[in-house]
Design a protein around this ligand. Structure first.
Ligand code: NAD
Ligand code: MG
Length: 382
């Protein structure tokens, strides 16, 4: 019967989510077994039947052939550029190598760049698309849960510099996003959980119904139930799309895209302190950071304790990272505070925090005393 159910799931029509922005509109197509249909889905949208697929070695070895077959079945000519997996590929050196390869292949203004991989490939390929010949059409086929629910929607692209992460970049919206949840089957479980933390974040920011849905469906999502994954991706993308539509270029100083940083001021500090060596994934840091944002809000007297308890219970029930004390090695509050002071969300010398009045009620604040932040970090095990 499981094979029958699988076949039914594969036949299920993909969900389509429309993203409408001032200067662009596109669809996010979400479902199972979309790679095999990528050619059919993309063909009507491509300005010319020609693409350059940018991917990483891991994704290439697992999934590239199905994508290329599907493109060629639809008469789409493709070339491929493969980068090493990992954050190091979001560098000026790799950007140069990839743009050289893209230019060498003789791209024209109407050739589409396809980002096929996780957020790293998406950010790099998107920036290549944004800048090559002053802007090439761009499509996203995200293959990690994080990239399906977060980085592939919203149009931010970019690379890192020695001065920090994502400091060179551009807003460049895709012409389409294809989120095939079947590709997630090969994703390491830790990466799946890390992506799930960003879904949880969406609910905690302004969608209490999404958080309640997570409470009921997290087990199904984390055990790769295709229906649950499709719905989770759709709900999280719908949330992100609404935030992005409201603040496409991150100009609003409060609310808007800034709220997407819930849990991230803490998360970025934890990541920086752990050294980006794979010992703490971004989403794992966000998982701890989300709870810290609730703890800080409770200690500031703006959030009820019971909402913190509900978040904590959810993280613990699904064995997600929840406390600084659970990290592989000790970190100090001083070190974390120093990282926060260097965060690019500083403006006029003040740090902006995203706080909560409760589940689904985030707001930004610029007057959180650092002494209280330090106290909360120590309470959590720093
Ligand atoms: P990633 O791209 O490194 O992917 C994680 C790992 O999984 C990599 O080793 C990759 O090779 C592998 N992988 C990818 N798909 C796979 C699959 N289907 N099966 C097996 N392995 C697979 O990381 P990520 O978490 O997807 O993205 C992180 C990046 O996204 C960061 O650079 C971050 O800055 C960026 N980001 C950007 C935005 C944005 O708005 N542009 C938002 C959030 C994060
Ligand atoms: Mg994030």
């Amino acid at each position: 019967t499981s094979r029958v159910i699988e076949a039914l799931a594969q036949n299920r029509r993909p969900h389509r989510l429309a993203i409408t922005l001032e200067r662009a509109s596109y669809e996010v197509v979400i479902g199972s077994s979309l790679l095999a249909r990528a050619g059919l889905l993309l063909a009507p949208l491509l300005p010319q039947p020609r693409v350059v697929v940018i991917t990483d070695e891991t994704v290439a070895s697992l999934h590239l052939q199905s994508l290329l077959d599907s493109l060629s079945d639809s008469g789409i000519h493709s070339q491929t550029v493969i980068v090493p997996p990992g954050e190091r590929s979001k560098s000026l050196e790799e950007y140069k190598r990839v743009t050289d390869a893209v230019l060498e292949s003789g791209v024209e203004r109407r050739t589409t760049i396809i980002a096929f991989g996780g957020g790293i490939v998406g950010d790099l390929a998107g920036f290549v698309a944004a800048t090559t010949l002053r802007g090439l059409p761009f499509a996203q086929i995200p293959t990690t849960l994080l990239s399906q629910v977060d980085s592939s929607v919203g149009g931010k692209t970019g690379i890192n510099t020695s001065w920090g992460k994502n400091l060179l970049g551009a807003f460049h919206q895709p012409i389409a996003v294809l989120a095939d949840v079947s590709t997630l089957r090969t994703l390491p479980q830790r990466e799946l959980v890390a992506g799930y933390a960003e879904i949880l974040k969406a609910g905690l920011i302004s969608d209490p119904e999404l958080f309640a849905w997570c409470e009921a469906n997290a087990s199904a999502v984390l055990s790769q139930d295709a229906g649950a994954l499709t719905e989770a991706v759709e709900r999280a993308c719908a949330f992100k799309a609404s935030v992005v539509a409201d603040d496409e270029f991150e100009r609003r100083s409060d609310g808007g895209r800034a709220l997407l940083n819930l849990g991230h001021t803490f998360g970025h500090a934890l990541e920086a302190e752990m050294g980006y060596d794979g010992s703490l994934l971004h989403g794992e840091a966000v998982s701890i950071g989300l709870r810290l944002a609730f703890l800080l809000s409770v200690r500031l007297g703006v959030c009820p304790q019971e909402d913190l308890d509900r978040v904590t219970a959810h993280l613990e029930a699904h064995e997600m990272p929840s406390r600084i004390s659970s990290l592989a090695r000790a970190v100090t509050a001083d070190a974390l505070v120093a990282h926060m002071a260097r965060d690019k969300k500083m403006s006029d010398g003040k740090l902006s925090f995203v706080l909560v009045k409760g589940i689904g009620q985030a707001f930004s604040s610029r007057d959180v005393p650092m002494s209280l932040v330090r106290q909360v970090l120590i309470e959590d095990g720093a």
